[in-house]
Design a protein around this ligand. Structure first.
Ligand SMILES: *Cc1c(COP(=O)(O)O)cnc(C)c1O
Length: 361
């Protein structure tokens, strides 16, 4: 027997399972399982990616200045308080590594994103799960879960896989009431899909205990590129930068993300199409007898009568070349999460569910 063992917590991590992307024997798959942009990336982003290929022999810059300045321009934020990472996943990892260790607690909510727990365990800290109320983050439940060991509180707003939101007023109350040594992390992976929403940036500014994370993976259609960012108090950003590898982002990543961000017309088109089809998709699913909350993101959570029906529907969708996401691991064994596709993707999934239900087909 080997005496070589990983650090405590590591073997408690259940490996992350991504959305399925292939079905055996089916060539034309409609992938609605990973909240990807059905329109792909902007042409300008693709062009920037190609151009950057010519300089692959060069090491990238280490301070990400051009990208941070572009983010600062578009979101009216101070570039000095922005850090860029390999997806927002890396920012989440940095936060856990920098602020939580053995003996410390990290709060995530009942239906929260699975990376919070993974990164907490990887840092040797203890994940603490608190309940939500009717699939919405419950600030009082979070406060009840806080102890003097709490170091981080993770909230996705809008939530994944719920698509629901918690109000800025509630979040302000939470930030004000947290234990002194705890940092509130607002994960804004889907903030771009909410009209006029700043992702929580206004809460970061006046306080010392709030951080916001954002990503290029969703609205910008760059999940494969791996770029995200965080915005927070100067001392937090400084701490995260100390553990960030100097070359964590390559020049193709930096240049492509910047071009995507600067292409406002494409971003606007993706935003409006999603907003329109998200409502259409929800209404159509409700008409099929499913329960669906209003979503503020680029997916809807469709709730079935029970787990058996959700599973059977998932199997039927697969047989039709449609991939959606099972979310039993997020506390919803009776539900499927369906990404808002393009118009044809949305129509196909609704049609297939209608056939499954025996009403629309
Ligand atoms: C998709 C997603 C992210 C983004 O992850 P990246 O590492 O930036 O691709 C972060 N948080 C939530 C809740 C997500 O659903």
């Amino acid at each position: 027997m080997t005496k070589i063992q990983p650090q405590p917590g590591i073997l408690d991590i259940a490996p992350y399972v991504g959305g399925q992307s292939k079905i055996d024997g089916v060539t034309e798959v409609v992938k609605l399982s990973s909240n990807e942009n059905p329109f792909g990336p902007s042409d300008k982003a693709i062009e920037a990616f190609r151009r950057a290929g010519h300089d692959l022999h060069r090491y990238p810059g280490t301070d990400h200045r051009a990208l941070r300045e572009a983010i600062g321009d578009v979101h009216a934020l101070d570039p000095a308080r922005i850090i860029c990472g390999v997806g927002s996943d890396e920012i989440i990892t940095f936060l856990c590594q920098a602020y939580a260790g053995p003996g410390d607690e990290v709060i995530h909510t009942e239906h929260g994103f699975s990376m919070y727990r993974i990164s907490t365990l990887a840092a040797g800290a203890t994940p603490v799960q608190v309940p939500e109320t009717d699939r919405v983050v419950d600030v009082d439940a979070i406060l009840a879960g806080c102890t003097d060991r709490t170091r981080l509180v993770f909230i996705a707003n809008p939530g994944n896989p719920t698509g629901t939101m918690v109000s800025e007023r509630e979040l302000r109350r939470l930030a004000r009431s947290l234990p002194e040594r705890a940092l509130l992390v607002l994960d804004g992976a889907y903030a771009e899909f909410v009209d006029g929403f700043d992702g929580g940036a206004a809460l970061v500014k006046p306080r010392g205990n709030v951080v916001m994370t954002r990503t290029f993976s969703k609205l910008y259609g760059l999940g494969g590129l791996r770029v995200g960012w965080g915005y927070g108090p100067t001392d937090v950003i400084d701490a995260l930068n100390r553990i960030r590898g100097p070359f964590n982002l390559s020049e193709p990543q930096l240049a492509t993300a910047e071009a995507a961000l600067r292409d406002r017309a494409f971003a606007q088109k993706c935003f409006s199409e999603n907003a329109r089809l998200r409502v259409w998709l929800r209404d159509a699913l409700i008409e099929q007898g499913l329960e669906v909350d209003e979503s503020h993101a680029n997916f809807v959570l469709a709730r079935f009568a029970d787990a058996a029906e959700a599973e059977a529907c998932d199997e039927f969708l697969k047989s039709q070349g449609l991939l959606v996401r099972r979310v039993g691991g997020y506390g919803f064994p009776n539900a499927l999460r369906i990404t808002v596709g393009d118009e044809s993707g949305c129509r196909r999934v609704v049609h297939a569910i209608g056939q499954f239900k025996g009403v629309g087909g």
